[in-house]
Write a protein that binds this ligand. Structure first.
Ligand SMILES: [Zn+2]
Length: 219
C-alpha cells in the first residue's frame, strides 16, 4: 500500500498514519520527522536545511523532496509506505509521482481527512504544553487534574504560539490555499478519497480503511 494522508492541522493525521503503518507493517514517512532527524544526525541535507531555518526561511521543496526520495529508497519502504505531511502542493505531488515512476512504482491512494475549520480551531487552540517536561494536554479533550498544572511534574502549562487561535486561523488559510489545488489534482487522477475526520480516533480509522480497501466490513 502506497498511501498519502492529507488533512488540516489537528485532524489526527499523524496518529492515523502511525496506526495504519503498524497495521500494514510499512513505514510512516512524515516529512517533519525526516527533517528533524536530518538536522539531529547533522547529515549534509540536515546542515543545508538548518541554513534556511536559521535565516527564518522555509526549507525549499527541492530539499524536502531529496529527503523523501532518500527515505523511500530504503528497504523497509519497498512494499509500501504512508506519507504524512507530504506532498503539500501540486509541484511536490508531481515530483513525487515522477520519482516513484522512475522506480516503477505509483501511489495507490490519497486519503484526505476532512475537518471543519471551527473544529480545527477548537482542537488546536485548546492544546496546552508543560513548560518543564513538554507533556501535552487539551482543555476540553484531555484536561490535567488541576487547570494549568502538569499532572506529571507539577509545572505550569502554557499555550504554544503555534496553537494560539489567531495563528491557527492563519495556518488554516494557508492549508486551504495550497491543499485545494492538491485535492483537485489527485481527484483528477482518480486517487482521492475524502474521509470525515470528526469523531473518535478509531471511528476515523475505520473510515480510512473502508476508503482505502473499498471494503465496508470496517463499518
Ligand atoms: Zn510537566
Amino acid at each position: 500500500m502506497r498511501l498519502v494522508l492529507l488533512g488540516p492541522p489537528g485532524a489526527g493525521k499523524g496518529t492515523q498514519a502511525q496506526a495504519l503503518a503498524a497495521r500494514w507493517g510499512i513505514p510512516q514517512v512524515a516529512s517533519g520527522d525526516l527533517l528533524r532527524a536530518a538536522v539531529h544526525e547533522d547529515s549534509e541535507l540536515g546542515r543545508e536545511a538548518v541554513g534556511y531555518m536559521d535565516r527564518g526561511q522555509l526549507v525549499p521543496d527541492k530539499l524536502v523532496l531529496k529527503m523523501i526520495a532518500e527515505r523511500l529508497r530504503k528497504k523497509d519502504a519497498r512494499d509500501g509506505f504512508i506519507l504524512d505531511g507530504f506532498p503539500r502542493n501540486v509541484m511536490q505531488a508531481e515530483a513525487l509521482a515522477a520519482g516513484l515512476e522512475r522506480a516503477g512504482r505509483k501511489l495507490d491512494k490519497v486519503v484526505a481527512v476532512m475537518l471543519p475549520d471551527e473544529e480545527v480551531v477548537k482542537r488546536i487552540s485548546g492544546r496546552r504544553t508543560c513548560r518543564n517536561c513538554a507533556a501535552m494536554y487539551h482543555v476540553i479533550f484531555e484536561p490535567p487534574a488541576k487547570a494549568g498544572v502538569c499532572d506529571k511534574c507539577g509545572e505550569e502549562l502554557y499555550q504554544r504560539e503555534d496553537d494560539a487561535e489567531e495563528t491557527v486561523r492563519e495556518r488554516i488559510k494557508v492549508y486551504h490555499a495550497t491543499t485545494r489545488p492538491l485535492l483537485d489534482h489527485y481527484r483528477r487522477l482518480g486517487l482521492l478519497a475524502q474521509v470525515d475526520g470528526e469523531g473518535r480516533i478509531d471511528e476515523v480509522e475505520k473510515r480510512i480503511l473502508a476508503a482505502v480497501t473499498g471494503d465496508h466490513d470496517y463499518d
